[in-house]
Design a protein around this ligand. Structure first.
Ligand SMILES: Cc1cc2nc3c(=O)[nH]c(=O)nc-3n(C[C@H](O)[C@H](O)[C@H](O)COP(=O)(O)OP(=O)(O)OC[C@H]3O[C@@H](n4cnc5c(N)ncnc54)[C@H](O)[C@@H]3O)c2cc1C
Length: 393
């Protein structure tokens, strides 16, 4: 079994990321949050310093770092109080392109993604009627000569207004014409430039957090046939392997959030004096923070073990899912402890706690909800009957 190296903490990378983040304090994020605006300056700074090209191999102009280093970058962004949700897709979609894209696709896009002239930030999987049941998605891609014609709708497609490219999952063979239900879906790398208004319509969704998420409608969108990634009909498998890297990277962000909540909560508990003593002198304040810290450390170990396995070429579904669930739980526990420690001031925007609290809640639901991870562990690890969908128990 591949194990993670706890001494490989990528401290030079973390220090560099922390320096970038220092230019984007709470006031920057609060202002964007109030306006639901995209953190363009922050994303540009990360691109300039090369962090969003972390996973692009050096021969295509990137840094050629592995998933573990990328996880450290995202974790650090979050532990500094910033939010990588505006740009993390460039890392987690990269696995699909690198593992399954052909040489021509890599040559065409990767150097320009690496130098920042192209953004790969959109990932179109979820649909309004299928939700978590990805195999029931209805968006179709029909081959016509040298093109595919796309029709359908995606929902919660984040950052698409701030991206030039989208990794899209669509059905190329009707579900009733394939032997296995996992066949017949295909992945495309869609070049969005010039397509908005010409086959694509985007409608932003205003949410409780600042996330630049949207509904995307495809109406006879024509894309070149060479937009297909890998083999037609095998896309679900490619997306699944990409989803493992997504889960690990999001889990790393949750660890970063947990660290921010613990650092912020502990600092406040040391300073805030009530009844003549710092509130942190009370075990009722200390213990929730200490317990959350212990849970964060346990989750952190699984996150980096999953990342090490991914880097060793495995497809660590159990570890990636477990890491995502434990890290999201750890960040939520730390958020709750930090919130309670701040008392009434937790609700004041200027402390950033309420904003981070709202943001941390997302990861109980996306990119996969806790229930579905539990379903996966019950079925795949414990051998229990499948509790949902076709073939149920
Ligand atoms: C802010 C935001 C950004 C997002 N960004 C993207 C993106 O960029 N690209 C993208 O493709 N998607 C994105 N998503 C979608 C996200 O991945 C889904 O919301 C998530 O997978 C859950 O799907 P759903 O919302 O349709 O919930 P549903 O599938 O409708 O489920 C609703 C609830 O029922 C539970 N449930 C469903 N089935 C079962 C079962 N069998 N057993 C037990 N419980 C069950 C779920 O756990 C969930 O709690 C985003 C979502 C949000 C909110």
């Amino acid at each position: 079994m591949t194990s993670f190296d706890p001494t490989a903490d990528y401290s030079a990378i973390r220090d560099g990321v922390a320096k970038v983040c220092a230019g984007f304090p709470g006031a920057y994020w609060r202002d964007l949050d109030a306006r639901r605006a995209y953190p363009k300056e922050f994303v540009d700074a990360l691109i300039r310093e090369g962090y969003l090209a972390a996973m692009i191999p050096e021969n295509y102009g990137g840094s050629g770092l592995n998933l573990t280093a990328s996880a450290a970058i995202l974790e650090e962004i979050h532990s500094q109080g910033c939010n990588a949700a505006a740009c993390h897709a460039q890392m987690y979609t990269m696995g699909t392109v690198l593992r399954h894209g052909n040489e021509a696709q890599k040559e065409r896009y990767l150097p320009r993604i690496a130098d920042g002239t192209l953004r790969l930030q959109a990932f179109g999987v979820t649909e309004p009627t299928s939700g978590t049941d990805t195999l029931a998605l209805k968006t179709t891609a029909r081959r016509e000569g040298d093109e595919y014609v796309i029709n359908g709708q995606k929902i919660w497609t984040s950052r698409v207004e701030h991206s030039d490219l989208m990794v899209l999952l669509a059905r190329t063979t009707p579900r009733d014409q394939v032997g296995s239900k996992t066949e017949g879906l295909s992945v495309f790398l869609v070049d969005l430039r010039d397509k908005v208004g010409d086959g694509i319509e985007i409608r932003p969704i205003r949410t409780m957090i600042n996330h630049a998420t949207t509904e995307v409608f495809f109406d006879n969108l024509r894309i070149p046939a060479d937009s297909l990634i890998g083999e037609e009909g095998k896309g679900f498998r490619y997306i699944l392997s990409g989803m493992n890297s997504e889960r690990i990277l999001i889990a790393a962000e949750c660890i970063g959030d947990a660290k921010w909540f613990l650092k912020t909560g502990a600092a406040y508990a040391r300073e805030r004096v009530v009844f003549g003593d710092p509130i942190g002198a009370n075990q009722g304040i200390q213990f929730p923070l200490a317990r959350a810290h212990a849970h964060m450390m346990a989750a952190e170990a699984i996150v980096y073990r999953a990342a090490a396995m991914y880097d060793a070429g495995h497809n660590p579904g159990v570890e990636a899912n477990t890491a995502k669930m434990l890290a999201a739980d750890a960040s939520w526990e730390a958020a709750e402890a930090c919130m309670q420690t701040h008392g009434g001031f937790a609700f004041a925007e200027e402390y950033d706690v309420e904003r981070k609290f709202r943001e941390a809640r997302l990861y109980q639901v996306a990119p996969i909800s806790t229930n579905l991870i539990l379903c996966y562990i019950a079925e795949q690890v414990l051998g229990l009957p499948k509790s949902y969908g076709p073939g149920r128990g």
